[in-house]
Design a protein around this ligand. Sequence first.
Ligand SMILES: Nc1nc2c(ncn2[C@@H]2O[C@H](COP(=O)(O)OP(=O)(O)OP(=O)(O)O)[C@@H](O)[C@H]2O)c(=O)[nH]1
Ligand SMILES: [Mg+2]
Length: 281
Amino acid sequence: MEPVSPPQPSAAASPGPLHGGAHDTRSSDLWPVGRVLVVAATYNEVDNIAPLTAAVLAASPAAQMLVVDDASPDGTGEVALRLAEENPRLHVLVRRGRRGLGSAILEGFSVAAAHGFAVAVNMDADFSHDPADIDRLLAALEPVGGRAADVAIGSRRVPGGRVVGWPLSRRITSALVGWFTRCVLCVPVRDPSSGFRAVRLGIMQRLPRKFSSGYAFFEDLLWHTHRAGGLIVEVPITFTDRVRGSSKAGLQAALAGICDLLRLAAATWLPGHPLRRPLPE
Ligand SMILES: Nc1nc2c(ncn2[C@@H]2O[C@H](COP(=O)(O)OP(=O)(O)OP(=O)(O)O)[C@@H](O)[C@H]2O)c(=O)[nH]1
Ligand SMILES: [Mg+2]
């Protein structure tokens, strides 16, 4: 697990070399005041980025959006920076190189908090997550019976949720991760690996600053949220396999994710483990 660097001071969008450059590149630092920031991490999503940003900003007119790109070789970052010049609700951070999905989302959350947003929504940039569902996730954070939720997961594994277009192998993997998270990591959620969530940023202040930098970020954040006494709810969504671009969740990312999940299992069960915390009542 790698620590994620805090956001660097803003430098207004400069063309600068995005690939192998010495600094991160940011769009303009003039952000309107807002409550909800949608964070989309991107790596080689050049065919998706323009329609996705347009769809998100149209579906949630009160929200703003941040694209966190890891200097995608296909030029996603450059396209996003150009789009941001035309829309004050769209913001872009292009980091110096590939640092992982979890790291990108966590940095997006840090930027959101630094700009005074109360809620961040993270979603994939490949249209697997429907921008029209963002408002349902936000609504699920609101108090029911007096208590507000800290995390609302867009869930494929609660009644009403479903997956379109996945092969059997992906369905089995997702089910296994769900079982492992519930039964071994003792976190009571059905779809812990969903990358579509609304998060109250206040909860982040009660969690440690280090998380898995890759795909296990999702389970890791829930593990810590649950142990910190945070409330997690699940909202049914339809997840549609990507149509444009290719998956980045390859074998290496999967192996890194398994190692991170095993570390969390050790923290769950090994007495004396530095991360070990009692489960909430
Ligand atoms: N910034 C950044 N984004 C990443 C990185 N790896 C993946 N992403 C983005 O994270 C999101 C999820 O990645 P996908 O490749 O779609 O992975 P997935 O959704 O788990 O797998 P598929 O179902 O095959 O699409 C996409 O928007 C990617 O572009 C990374 O290292 N850095
Ligand atoms: Mg995807």
